[in-house]
Design a protein around this ligand. Structure first.
Ligand SMILES: [Ca+2]
Ligand SMILES: [Ca+2]
Ligand SMILES: [Ca+2]
Length: 229
């Protein structure tokens, strides 16, 4: 049995040499990588370092090709995240993806995105497009994450999680009185003067205010008011 096995190994070795000489080493290696032979000895030679087919599948990794930290302007429309395999595979590979809030909020800063990427055999790159919402509010720069999970026929590589920072593109609002003049009867008790912003803001806004004499004199016709609001 041992002699028989050795003879087959020698035949397989010469078979590979002839094939390599006919095709050239590069084409021969690529052909060998496409599909493992069914014959047990040829199959063993197919994996020169001794990995099984299952182990080889585990050597395929799926990861974000765009790194773990990205930036996008609020007006960019979409943030495109590229997901790669470290090498082409003869198997179909799938991986789930999903976004999650950081300081940014889905629905107001970006659109929540999730699904499954499918790499057909020999495909090595896919993209995920996350819509960015361009509002009119002045905000701090905010972040969300995208995460890969549940790969099939592959394992997660690095990075499998990416943080995206959205750069705000809106100017701070202006603050002013709603009207340039108000009047009140002397018996009116008090007058309400309204201050307004030109547009809503994502930030807390403060402004100081104070009254000053015109022809009326504080303390006799009216009471001075100075505050920060
Ligand atoms: Ca926003
Ligand atoms: Ca904007
Ligand atoms: Ca904004």
């Amino acid at each position: 049995m041992g002699l028989r096995t050795s003879w087959r190994t020698v035949v397989a070795f010469w078979d590979h040499l002839f094939e390599a000489s006919e095709l050239g080493i590069g084409r021969w290696l690529r052909r060998r990588q496409k599909k493992p032979p069914s014959h047990p000895i040829r199959r063993r030679n197919y994996f020169p370092t001794g990995e099984s087919l299952e182990q080889r599948q585990l050597l395929t990794t799926v990861f974000f090709a765009t790194g773990s930290s990205l930036f996008v302007f609020e007006g960019a429309g979409n943030e495109v995240l590229q997901v790669n395999l470290n090498a082409a595979s003869a198997n179909t590979i799938t991986v789930d993806y999903a976004t999650s809030n950081g300081t940014a909020t889905a629905g107001s800063d970006y659109t929540s995105t999730s699904g499954t990427l499918t790499f057909a055999p020999n495909e090595t790159s896919k993209t995920i497009s996350v819509p960015i919402i361009n509002d009119t509010a002045d905000e701090d720069d905010e972040t969300f994450s995208a995460t890969l999970s549940n790969p099939t026929n592959a394992t997660l590589g690095f990075p499998s999680n990416v943080t995206v920072t959205i750069f705000d593109n809106d100017n701070p609002p202006t603050v002013q009185f709603a009207s340039s003049g108000y009047s009140v009867l002397e018996t009116g008790g008090s007058i309400t003067i309204e201050a307004v912003l030109s547009t809503a803001s994502g930030k807390t806004i403060t402004v100081n205010y104070a009254t000053s004499n015109g022809s009326a004199t504080s303390g006799s016709g009216w009471t001075s008011s100075t505050r920060r609001s």
